[in-house]
Design a protein around this ligand. Structure first.
Ligand SMILES: [Zn+2]
Ligand SMILES: [Zn+2]
Ligand SMILES: [Zn+2]
Length: 349
C-alpha cells in the first residue's frame, strides 16, 4: 500500500478509506458512523490509512538516519521486526466562534444645528444584541465599533462649559512670551537681539498672540454630541484532543497531516455519537460541555472535525534488546524515544 503525499486530503486508495467519497460538502455523521459500525474485533485497529511493511519501514529508517550523523545504520540492517502495527490516531478539534458586545458613553465635538437635547425622538435601543451588525468572516478574530441607534444627544461641553476657549496659560493672557534667544534681556552677548528686536518679547508660540486657546474637547464649538458606543469583538476559540496515539507524543502528531474523516458546522454542534468509538464521543462531549463562554458574549457558530493521522508502530529486537519506533503522518516522520545505535564519532556507522 503506498501513498502519494501530493494526494493529501483527497480520497486515498486504501481498503478502509475506499468507503469515503470525497466531496465538497462535509462528511456526514453517517459516513463515519457506518465505518465505526463495522464490527470491531480485538486486536484490530478501528481505522487503517497506511499499511507499512518490513522493507518500507527499513527504507524510511535509512532516510531518517541520513540526516543524523551520529545514528548508526547497523541497527536498521540487523534489527528483527517482531510486530508491525498499522493504526490511526484521532485528532478531534472543536472551534467556537464567539461575539462579544460592550457599550460605553462616548463624545465627539458637535457643530450642528441642534441646540441641546436628543438627536431624534426615537427611544435608544436598550438591548445591545438587537443592534444589527454584520458578522465578518467566521472563525477569524476581528472587531468593529459602531453606535447604538437613537442614542445621540447634544449637550454643552462639559470641559469648557460653553466658553469655547481657555485663557492661554503660556503667556498668561498677554499674547507674548520671553524671547528664547536673549532670555528676555533684548541683548545677546552685548549685541542687540535681532529675534525680538531688542524688546525681549516675541509672539506667544502657543496662542499666536490671540491670548486664547481652543477647547480641545469640543474643538471650540462649545457643544458635544454624546452617544453610546458599541464595540463588537469576534474571536475564534480552538480546543483539541488526540486519542489513540499509543506512546507517540501528541505534539508531534499535531505537526503532520492526516485525513479529515468528519467535519460539521452548525450554530452549536452536538457531541459525536459513534457506536464503536465511545472514547471519541466522550472527548467531544467534554470539550463541548466545558467550553466556557466569555462574559457578555454569545456563540455565533461552532464547528468540529476528526482527523485520522496514520501511524505504524514497529517493535524490534536488536542485540538482545527490545524496543519500538513509530512512523507517523502522511509525511512519514519517524519517532524513536531513543535511537538504539548512537555514537559521537561515527566510526561504528
Ligand atoms: Zn499665549
Ligand atoms: Zn531676544
Ligand atoms: Zn469645550
Amino acid at each position: 500500500m503506498s501513498y502519494d503525499l501530493t494526494q493529501k486530503g483527497k480520497c486515498l486508495s486504501t481498503p478502509n478509506s475506499a468507503h469515503y467519497e470525497e466531496s465538497q460538502t462535509a462528511y456526514q455523521r453517517a459516513s463515519l458512523a457506518a465505518l465505526f459500525n463495522s464490527t470491531p474485533s480485538s486486536g484490530r485497529p478501528l481505522l487503517t490509512l497506511v499499511s507499512m511493511k518490513d522493507e518500507e519501514l527499513r527504507r524510511t529508517c535509512y532516510n531518517y538516519i541520513e540526516e543524523e550523523c551520529c545514528f548508526g545504520s547497523r541497527f536498521v540492517e540487523e534489527m528483527i521486526l517482531t510486530e508491525i502495527w498499522n493504526d490511526c490516531a484521532f485528532l478531534y478539534t472543536l472551534e467556537s466562534f464567539t461575539e462579544k458586545r460592550e457599550s460605553c458613553l462616548s463624545t465627539k465635538p458637535y457643530n450642528g444645528p441642534i441646540e441641546f437635547g436628543p438627536e431624534d425622538d426615537s427611544e435608544p435601543v436598550s438591548n445591545l444584541w438587537s443592534v444589527p451588525v454584520i458578522v465578518p468572516n467566521a472563525f477569524s478574530n476581528s472587531s468593529k465599533v459602531t453606535e447604538i441607534p437613537h442614542s445621540g444627544y447634544i449637550k454643552q461641553c462639559n470641559k469648557c462649559f460653553g466658553r469655547l476657549f481657555w485663557t492661554c496659560f503660556n503667556c498668561d493672557d498677554r499674547g507674548k512670551e520671553n524671547c528664547s534667544r536673549c532670555q528676555g534681556y533684548g541683548f545677546d552677548s552685548d549685541y542687540s537681539c535681532y529675534s525680538c528686536d531688542r524688546t525681549g518679547k516675541v509672539v506667544c508660540s502657543m496662542c499666536g498672540g490671540t491670548k486664547k486657546i481652543k477647547c480641545e474637547t469640543c474643538n471650540g464649538y462649545g457643544k458635544l454630541r454624546f452617544y453610546t458606543k458599541l464595540t463588537v469583538k469576534w474571536k475564534s476559540h480552538k480546543r483539541d484532543h488526540i486519542l489513540n496515539a499509543s506512546r507517540l507524543p501528541t505534539d508531534l502528531l499535531r505537526q503532520v497531516s492526516g485525513k479529515e474523516i468528519f467535519k460539521e458546522r452548525d450554530e452549536t454542534v452536538q457531541p459525536l455519537n459513534f457506536p464503536n468509538n465511545t472514547a471519541l464521543n466522550e472527548v467531544s462531549a467534554r470539550l463541548i460541555t466545558t467550553f466556557s463562554l466569555p462574559t457578555d458574549s454569545r456563540i455565533v457558530t461552532q464547528r468540529h472535525s476528526v482527523i485520522a493521522i496514520p501511524y505504524t508502530r514497529a517493535t524490534y529486537i536488536w542485540r538482545r534488546k527490545k524496543g519500538e519506533f513509530y512512523v507517523y503522518g502522511f509525511q512519514k516522520q519517524i519517532y524513536f524515544k531513543e535511537y538504539p545505535q548512537q555514537c559521537c564519532c561515527c566510526i561504528c556507522c
